[in-house]
Write a protein that binds this ligand. Structure first.
Ligand code: NI
Length: 261
C-alpha cells in the first residue's frame, strides 16, 4: 500500500481518462492520491476530484511561477478553497529561481503569505524549491515552519540535513530512478525512512522505465522499488512506513482500510 503524496490528476493531460488512471493506480496498491494545486483553477479542480473520488485528496496553493498579478481577492478565494473538505495542505508553494518569469520579490511575498495561511488553518506545506535552497530555508526558519514536505527533492546531503533539522519531510519522485542520478540515491540512503514520502508529480517526471511517457500514480511503484533497494528493506516495509509518514503529516480522513496481502 502506497500514497502518492504529490500528483496532478487535476491537470489537463488527465481530463480524458481519469477513471482508468485511478483504477490502474488501485491495482498497484495506491490507497490515496493527493492532487496538488498550482493556481486557483487547478486548486478548485483538485477539490472537485476529491469530492468525486474516494481515493483523492486535495491541496490548494499558488505555484511560485504563477504568482504574478495576484490580488487580495485571489488570496481570499484561496483561503475559502483551503477550508473545503479533504483539503490536506497548502501547496505547492515556494521559490523558483530557475523559471524566472516572476520577480524574486513577488515570489517571496506570495510564499510568505501562503505560509501564514497554512499556519492560520493548521495545515502542512508542500514546498516547491528550484535553485533557491538558501532563500527557501531562510524563510522556513524565520517563520518557524515545522509541518511540511520538501517536494521532489533533488538537493545534496547538506541541504537534506537542513531540511530535516527543521522537522520537515523529504519527498522523492521518479527522478530517484534515473540512471544518471546516483548522487540523489546516495543522499536518499542517508535520510531516515521515517522522514521520507513518495510522490509521482505526474504527469511530469516518469520513472526510468516509463521515460518519455505521461507519468501517472500507478508508476509510483518504480520509485518505491528503487527506494526499497537503496534502504535495504522489503517493498512492504517501505510501503507501510511511507504511508504512515504521509498519514502523520496530512492526516487523511476516510483512508481506505488496509488491504490484507
Ligand atoms: Ni508538482
Amino acid at each position: 500500500m502506497f500514497i502518492d503524496t504529490h500528483s496532478h490528476l487535476n491537470f489537463s493531460p488527465f481530463e480524458a481518462d481519469i477513471k482508468e488512471v485511478i483504477s490502474r493506480a488501485k491495482e498497484t496498491g495506491i490507497i490515496a492520491i493527493i492532487n496538488v494545486g498550482a493556481d486557483l483553477s487547478t486548486s478548485k479542480r483538485a477539490i472537485e476530484l476529491a469530492q468525486k473520488e474516494d481515493l483523492c485528496y486535495a491541496t490548494v496553493g499558488i505555484h511560485p511561477t504563477s504568482t504574478n498579478n495576484l490580488q487580495d481577492k485571489d488570496y481570499q478565494k484561496l483561503e475559502d478553497l483551503a477550508q473545503k473538505k479533504k483539503v490536506v495542505a497548502i501547496g505547492e508553494v515556494g521559490l523558483d529561481w530557475f523559471h524566472n518569469q516572476v520577480s524574486r520579490k513577488i515570489q517571496k511575498e506570495s510564499f510568505e503569505r501562503q505560509i501564514l495561511l497554512a499556519e492560520r488553518l493548521g495545515l502542512p506545506l508542500i514546498i516547491h524549491n528550484r535553485d533557491a535552497n538558501s532563500e527557501t530555508l531562510a524563510i522556513l526558519k524565520e517563520k518557524k515552519i515545522r509541518k511540511g514536505v520538501m517536494h521532489c527533492f533533488s538537493g545534496d546531503i547538506n541541504f537534506a540535513i537542513s531540511v530535516l533539522s527543521l522537522g520537515l519531510y523529504i519527498s522523492f519522485t521518479g527522478n530517484l530512478t534515473y540512471k544518471k542520478n546516483e548522487s540523489l540515491r546516495t543522499v536518499a540512503k542517508e535520510i531516515p525512512l521515517g522522514k521520507i514520502l513518495l510522490e509521482t508529480d505526474c504527469p511530469y517526471l516518469p520513472p526510468q522505465p516509463k521515460r518519455g511517457k505521461r507519468n501517472e500514480p500507478g508508476f509510483l511503484l518504480y520509485t518505491a522499488e528503487e527506494l526499497a533497494k537503496i534502504k535495504g528493506v522489503s517493498l512492504q516495509e517501505l510501503g507501510e512506513t511511507t504511508t504512515k509518514n504521509a498519514q502523520d503529516l496530512f492526516k487523511l480522513q476516510r483512508l481506505p482500510r488496509r488491504q490484507k496481502t
